[in-house]
Design a protein around this ligand. Sequence first.
Ligand SMILES: C[S@@+](CC[C@H](N)C(=O)[O-])C[C@H]1O[C@@H](n2cnc3c(N)ncnc32)[C@H](O)[C@@H]1O
Length: 317
Amino acid sequence: MIRVDTPLELVEARLLERRQRLGPIQRRLELNLKTSFEQVKIVEMLSEMLASQGQRSMKIGCFDERSLTAATEKVLAEVRSMPVRPVDDAGTAEGPNDERQYQDRTFARRYLTAYAGPFRLKTLAAWMIATLERRHVARALKQCQPPPAVLLDVPCGTGKLAKVLATMETEVVGADLSTAMIELARGAYPTSRFHGFACGSAEQLPFRTAAFDTVVCLRLMHLVPPASRRNITKELARVTSRHVIVSFGVLTSFQLFRLKIRRAIVRGTSAPHPVRFADLQTEIEEAGLHITQWRRILPALSCEYLLTLEKVGAGRV
Ligand SMILES: C[S@@+](CC[C@H](N)C(=O)[O-])C[C@H]1O[C@@H](n2cnc3c(N)ncnc32)[C@H](O)[C@@H]1O
């Protein structure tokens, strides 16, 4: 475990100073003090668990951009000196960088086991992230007005959101590119309000315009290249009449540091296509959507942001 510590007063002062330079939308997406500080407890807990298992950990102090760059070099040197064992990506928090892997049945099974299987230290991050994702999606759905009546879950994967959707009075359809993932999702969704799966790409969904009032798209955008991401954003906007709840990998200085180190350790990348917020905002606007809410899933372990988007002009008479 590599732990980066910055004095909280410094973080607070920097965030306040930074907020003054941001536009109103960016301000909503930028670091939120309360959420950030809540993560500290999770990191403390994780540190203690890893220490009790005899896992190696490294602690570095970071005060500004320069010390973060220096720390990156220090950690990379340390990592390169270690005998590295590539991590099995289905067992980690963020998944592979090649969508074809999801077509493989063994890979699909490992993906499901990582967040829903028996407790293992190796899959702890995947479990924690999936738990927080479900919680944040549930909250985002509850805040949608009017409440979702017909919802598309794309990519549905192995049915991570099935339990959340089962608690709602919502008609649900699932879609995914991989039949192997869909096979494992069968049975997870509630039968009475579930209307089956469509197998195909999110870049070209087999649904009419505004067929749904809400679309949820979890853990896809950080895997696909920018051109596909833009196509998918437009396609999600096309098939919804109102809301899109979607996660992206958002690139900040800290996430750049985290991804660089992680890449050196696992010899691969977990979020191959994170996006800078300014670019994301442009893409969202170009698709005819605007941001109404945002949440960070678990900044210490993931660059994932969950955004609630609304169609421009939706609900106006
Ligand atoms: C990391 S999983 C996320 C699945 C689910 N949303 C979750 O959070 O567990 C990524 C999923 O995206 C699917 N996928 C990859 N590229 C896709 C595309 N172009 N269109 C639709 N699904 C795609 C994969 O088959 C896989 O099920």
